[in-house]
Design a protein around this ligand. Structure first.
Ligand code: 5AD
Ligand code: SF4
Length: 478
């Protein structure tokens, strides 16, 4: 249906309201911020509720069935809001982006005919045009365009629509050529693409100018990064060395990595680049070689162990995180035990674990050896017990230590701020001032499952040595 009022308001330059709901991974968080920026240039300002939004975008995740199904229940809820607004004489456009949009396309419109626009993650730069088309009739754009969205999106921070924060995400690589047999990403995000290093650096500088002190470089398989630049092709390690030189930046991280693409220069960078944080998310998925092979992971459990050893040699305090899948088709009890053994052995600081979810179109979904939900759940619970113990033990070792914390935002109590340690743990502390965007040494006094608490380290020292005021001043860059 033609929404003439909305078109009119746009043409009159009246501000319209945009509500974006984000599901899934950090790449979607980054994309949502960029969509808000594209639309800010077209008169949209963010709102916190769908009830007063002229445009609602769901930025969706297709990685597991549960995540995808959530989208449909949310769409039902939004349709009720849309109808209520219509009764009140107000229009609402409903758009679905992200990987569900890409994977389902026209099918989504069949299941939810009240949706105005369905688009894939590669088409956000076309949003204003797509919305214009969707005002006339329901539109689907899941084409993989020949142009890169990154070349056509406005500069980051454009229109001041999105708050990128003290800790910002920067997508440097998208898509994946690895084709793990359980994973939809190669189909929803397409072939691997690396942004040129010059573009990445320009965006990093812009983020720093907007207040970022920590940047997490994002990619579905980020360590496969190979951006073609002025000086030839650059690896992720090269890019990290380059970005670590930027004034004002305190910390760099990258995620998510594939063990097969963890090159020697990247491991070395963990030892050489002080601003590269001693934390790595390196999914292993399983501890069984047969299952790893069936998953097409292209490495063995021992290859993974060797990588961890090398990383620890390069950076002895590196903390490790991983992803696991339980109940992959055909997984035997003994094969699952191999996963438990690996989980016990590595001392992960953090880990995410999931029941295998058969995704349409992926090779593993066609396996005749699918396991029942009960086995998958029981195995998940057993694995999570070990991983939770490991995380708690890691956090407990922090008590009594002094950690450098980069503060990001206010906590729940007065004067309390929330920041992250180098290992990515959330740390609460009462601070003697607004330390957002600044680092301070915090003596850790409590460890919880998902966070730590502490106090400025020099408060202790102050009692003894009467440290001069200003002792908590921002440190020079590492
Ligand atoms: N079923 C369960 N977990 C999955 N993941 C990816 N695809 C599936 C699936 N089909 C998990 C993997 C991956 C993380 C992002 O999600 O562990 O590393
Ligand atoms: Fe999916 Fe990661 Fe495997 Fe690529 S490497 S197919 S994104 S699990």
């Amino acid at each position: 249906m033609i929404d003439r009022r909305a078109a009119q308001r746009r043409d009159n330059g009246v501000t319209k309201k945009l509500y974006v709901k984000t599901y899934g991974c950090q790449m979607n968080v980054y994309d949502s911020a960029r969509m808000a920026e594209v639309l800010a240039a077209h008169g949209y300002a963010a709102t916190g509720t769908p009830e007063d939004a002229d445009l609602v975008i769901l930025n969706t995740c297709h990685i597991r069935e549960k995540a995808a199904e959530k989208v449909y229940s949310e769409l039902g809820r939004l349709n009720r809001i849309k109808q209520a607004r219509r009764m009140a004489g107000q229009a609402m456009m409903l758009a679905v982006g992200g990987c569900v949009g890409q994977a389902e396309g026209e099918e989504l419109l069949r299941r939810a005919p009240f949706v105005d626009l369905v688009m894939g993650p590669q088409n956000y730069h076309r949003l204003p045009d797509l919305l214009r088309r969707a005002e006339a009739r329901a539109t689907v754009d899941t084409e993989f365009p020949s142009e890169s969205k990154f070349d056509h999106l406005p500069e980051v921070g454009g229109g001041a629509a999105a708050d990128h924060g003290v800790s910002a995400f920067l997508t440097i690589q998208e898509g994946c050529d690895r084709f793990c047999t359980f994973c939809v990403v190669p189909y929803t995000r397409g072939a691997e693409y690396s942004r040129p290093p010059e573009d990445v650096e320009r965006e990093a500088r812009r983020l720093i100018a907007l207040g970022a002190r920590e940047i997490t470089l994002l990619g579905q398989n980020v360590n496969a990064y190979h951006g073609a630049g002025e000086g030839g092709e650059m690896s992720l390690a090269g890019l990290i060395h380059r970005l670590a030189e930027l004034d004002g930046l305190k910390r760099l991280r990258y995620t998510t990595s594939h063990p097969r693409d963890l090159s020697a220069d990247l491991i070395a960078a963990h030892g050489d680049v002080a601003r590269l944080m001693p934390f790595l998310h390196l999914p292993v998925q399983s501890g069984s070689d047969r299952i790893l092979k069936a998953m097409n992971r292209q490495h063995t459990a021992d290859d993974y162990r060797r990588l961890i050893e090398k990383l620890r040699r390069a950076r002895p305090d590196i903390a490790l995180s991983s992803d696991f899948i339980t109940g992959f088709p055909g997984e035997t009890e003994a094969e699952f035990e191999a996963t438990l053994a690996l989980a016990r052995e590595i001392d992960f600081a953090q880990a995410f674990s999931f029941k295998y979810s058969a995704r349409p179109g992926t090779p593993a979904a066609d396996s005749p050896d699918q396991l029942g939900d009960e086995i998958k759940s029981a195995r998940l619970a057993a694995l999570q017990t070990i991983l939770a113990r490991s995380q708690a033990a890691f956090n407990a070792t922090m008590v009594g230590r002094t950690l450098e914390v980069l503060f990001e935002r206010p906590g729940r109590h007065a004067n309390q701020l929330l920041g992250r340690s180098a290992y990515g743990q959330w740390v609460h502390a009462e601070m003697p001032g607004d330390y957002r965007g600044r680092c301070a040494d915090i003596l850790i006094t409590e460890a919880h499952t998902n966070s730590l608490a502490g106090q400025p380290a020099l408060r202790h020292a102050a009692a003894e040595a009467q440290a001069a005021p200003g002792a908590f001043e921002e440190r020079p860059p590492a």
